[in-house]
Design a protein around this ligand. Structure first.
Ligand code: AMP
Length: 462
């Protein structure tokens, strides 16, 4: 099934065979349909869906999809008909709401909900709706709206998706091409073929094109490499209107770091990373001098992950000679990993406070693998009123269960072979707790301990 803007049914029919193609227009309904698994996710009982089969004899397929939707609790789902005309009608139903909402959100740079409050933009939405219906009528499509009711239907969608950015606005903010040609461009093309005047759609098309051009000039598609605090500040102010997600790292990147980047690019307009081996978090006896450094590989991986910029300061840029301030969390050096590595969390808290102040990210991404570190970051963000949101992402593991870590490079073959015992032991403790078998700390620790002690690679268990 294909639910999309524009009218590329011919190309799709040629690709998959017209009898296999079911098109749909769905409002506030499913956001993920997995036909193979036979499931629809995030069904919204207020959702309204119309389906049509592209080929007349494809109707049973459309009905199968409709019953899948209905079984998933969608409010209403109807098969509108079969054949190219019915399919065009369904596609234009979807196009209608997008053609009214999307260019306005992109031009005004507002979330969907704001459109409903702005009287001047409602005026434009009204004329977009009435021009749209004039084109659809000239095309011979009987859409289920009057100009006024289409305008109200579009406002309903805008209200129900109030906090969302339309895909057109998201594309503008990312500096990537928008769907304006497939949406309002499509309306303008049909209008000129049919001789219907659509001045508002034409203006939207031209203005969004102009906005794309401006945005392209402002956003460099190349990943920027920033080495000084001033460069990061200038980057931040150039992108003042965008949300930024930051992934602090010490380099030596692997798939665990890439998961954080993936979350940052998904949740924010721009994702940035830092590469800095922070001397303040290494004890004199630790591995600062030999910590793996692979800058070229790291930069290639970040570029591939879609990073907009990377901050890689040298030691002097972060800690000049007269540097004197330290962020410490009271009591942290007496518990768990903090007790085993005195000074470590103070070093982490200090460098992260600096990074957050320098880049001013809207969100920062950390790995669950370093659980106590995540708690420390949440603590400093709360205590020092740092205006960012901490997002913790799941631990990426090898198939054996061993958590990915830059320091795994230090493991001998023997240790690497034995290391999965950590995951086995932790999983056993977790299972005891989540299955309700025990919620007694000592019992759980002693189970974990006995599994670990069966192996000779573990130093201490807490
Ligand atoms: P590091 O470069 O080791 O300081 O790690 C930078 C960030 O990546 C931290 O937030 C880590 O928790 C996270 N990270 C490292 N390894 C993993 C992993 N295997 N899974 C998820 N996150 C990770």
């Amino acid at each position: 099934m294909s639910v999309q803007n524009g009218d590329n049914l011919d190309a799709l029919s040629a690709a998959v065979g017209s009898d296999r193609l079911v098109v749909g227009s769905t409002t506030l309904a499913a956001n993920k349909v997995d036909l193979a698994a036979g499931s629809v996710n995030n069904a919204n009982p207020r959702g309204v869906t119309s389906l049509a089969a592209v080929a007349t004899h494809g109707r049973p397929r459309a009905e199968a999809v409709a019953s899948l939707f209905a079984a998933s609790g969608l409010g209403s789902c109807t098969v509108d008909g079969s054949g190219p005309d019915a399919a065009a009608k369904v596609v234009w139903q979807k196009l209608a709401v997008n053609a009214v909402i999307n260019p306005l959100t992109a031009l005004l740079e507002v979330e969907n909900g704001r459109l409903v409050d702005l009287e001047a933009s409602r005026e434009l939405a009204r004329s977009l709706a009435s021009e749209f219906l004039a084109v659809a009528t000239a095309k011979g499509l009987a859409l289920p709206w009057s100009p006024e009711s289409l305008h109200l239907a579009a406002e309903d969608v805008a209200r129900a998706t109030a906090p969302n950015k339309s895909s057109m606005l998201a594309d503008i903010l990312r500096g990537t091409p928008t769907e304006i040609e497939a949406i309002n461009g499509r309306v303008v093309d049909e209008a000129s073929r049919l001789g219907v005047p659509v001045p508002t759609h034409k203006s939207m098309l031209t203005l969004v094109r102009a906005k794309e051009e401006l945005q392209r000039a402002a956003t460099s598609p190349e990943m920027e490499i920033l080495t000084t605090v001033d460069e990061v500040r200038r980057f931040r102010s150039r992108h003042a209107k965008q949300t930024i997600g930051m992934v602090p790292t010490m380099g030596g990147l692997h798939a665990g770091h890439m998961n954080l980047m993936e979350a940052a690019t998904r949740q924010c307009d721009l994702a940035i990373a830092s590469l800095f081996v922070n001397p303040k978090q290494f004890a004199p006896t630790e591995d600062l001098d030999v910590y793996p450094r692979q800058t070229q590989i790291d930069l290639d991986m970040l570029r591939e992950a879609g990073a907009a910029a990377v901050f890689m300061p040298d030691r002097e840029a972060m800690y000049p000679e007269d540097y004197a301030t330290q962020v410490d969390i009271e009591g942290i050096d007496t518990i768990s990993e903090g007790a085993a590595r005195p000074g470590f969390f103070g070093g982490v808290a200090t460098v992260c406070t600096k990074l957050f102040n320098i880049a001013q990210p809207d969100k920062v991404f950390f790995g669950q693998k370093d659980g106590l570190q995540c708690m420390v970051i949440r603590r400093i963000v709360q205590d020092l009123n740092i205006p960012t949101e901490v997002v913790v992402c799941p631990t990426a593991r090898e198939a054996s269960g061993l958590a990915l870590s830059t320091r795994n490079q230090y493991l001998t073959d023997y240790q690497r072979q034995r290391a999965p015992v950590l995951f086995r032991a932790l999983s056993a403790g977790n299972d005891m707790f989540t299955s309700g078998e025990s919620n007694n700390r000592d019992t759980i620790v002693s189970t974990v301990q006995s599994i670990l002690e069966s192996d000779s690679i573990v130093d201490s268990v807490q």
